[in-house]
Design a protein around this ligand. Structure first.
Ligand SMILES: C/C=C/C(=O)SCCNC(=O)CCNC(=O)[C@H](O)C(C)(C)COP(=O)(O)OP(=O)(O)OC[C@H]1O[C@@H](n2cnc3c(N)ncnc32)[C@H](O)[C@@H]1OP(=O)(O)O
Length: 252
């Protein structure tokens, strides 16, 4: 049952998927993953939908996976966390352009999903990180394939292995942000880009896009490989200590 943390709306050929969990910095729960996958999957054969926008609204994109879910997860049964992997499959197999609108922090899965998107708008208040290393974890979502391909090995190392945060300007220079706009303007600009894409010949867009992208079978192979390693790391002492430190940080 939808719980209002993901809003899906249709606007003139564009499906707009909004993360709305402001009290938790749009941290993504298993239910939210399920709803986002459904929104993407059901767009595939819908001729009325020409492209999609993923946005977190103003102020924050997403704080990534809900860390409480990690703590609650039964690591002996990885399927308790499988909705994230299924969401990544939806992105990898998706055939319609996705525009991302990032205002504020984009963390973990927030940043990884951008590398599956086709056009990324960020405000100059946006920051980008994939701090798996600080949680004792390893990359997910084919990040280890897409990030070095997009921004080069050294930048990918800084983000994925050193856990560095990139500013909007750095993300733009690294090539995974198309345009930087003022805070509060990412959605308006994303809608302009969507209108531009919707006016293009749909079949030619689909073929050209397919030619440009990493083949889905290569993406899903890497997603599976990373998901397995990530699942292993979730049980590690480093990861469990980091999740508990986050959960208890306000109690100290
Ligand atoms: C497979 C994919 C894996 C991943 O995505 S790994 C990445 C996981 N994410 C993180 O490591 C980020 C964790 N969050 C933070 O570092 C900080 O938060 C922020 C920098 C995003 C914001 O900091 P501040 O402005 O000081 O806000 P606040 O008081 O920390 O957070 C507000 C409320 O949001 C909850 N929250 C934030 N991020 C998460 C999260 N990732 N999972 C679960 N809850 C989260 C907090 O607990 C708190 O809630 P309450 O007010 O009830 O205490």
């Amino acid at each position: 049952m939808p719980n209002g943390n993901i809003i899906v709306a249709e606007e003139r050929g564009t499906r707009v998927i909004t993360l709305r969990r402001p009290g938790k910095k749009n941290a993504i729960t298993q239910d939210m993953y399920r709803e986002m996958s459904h929104a993407i999957d059901t767009a595939q054969n819908n001729p009325d939908i020409r492209c999609m926008i993923i946005t977190g609204g103003s102020g924050v994109f997403t704080a990534g996976d809900d860390i409480d879910d990690f703590l609650k997860a039964d690591t002996a049964r990885p399927e308790t966390l499988s909705n994230g992997a299924r969401f990544l499959y939806s992105l990898a197999l998706n055939v319609k352009p996705i525009i991302a609108a990032v205002d504020g922090a984009s963390i973990g899965m927030g940043t990884v999903m951008l590398f599956h998107c086709d056009y990324v708008l960020a405000s100059n208040a946006a920051t980008f990180s994939a701090p798996y290393i600080h949680l004792g974890l390893v990359p997910v979502g084919a990040a280890s394939l897409l990030m070095p391909n997009t921004m080069g090995y050294q930048r990918a190392f800084a983000m994925l292995v050193m856990g560095r945060t990139f500013t909007a300007a750095e993300a733009h220079a690294a090539g995974f942000v198309n345009t930087v706009v003022s805070p509060g303007h990412t959605e308006v600009e994303a809608r302009k880009v969507a209108r531009e894409i919707c006016r293009l010949p749909a079949e030619a867009v689909a073929i050209s896009r397919r030619l440009l992208r990493t083949p889905p079978e290569e993406l899903t192979r890497r997603i599976d490989q990373e998901t397995h390693l990530f699942g292993e790391r979730l049980k590690s002492d480093d990861a469990v200590a980091a999740f508990n430190a986050f959960a208890n940080r306000k109690k100290r």
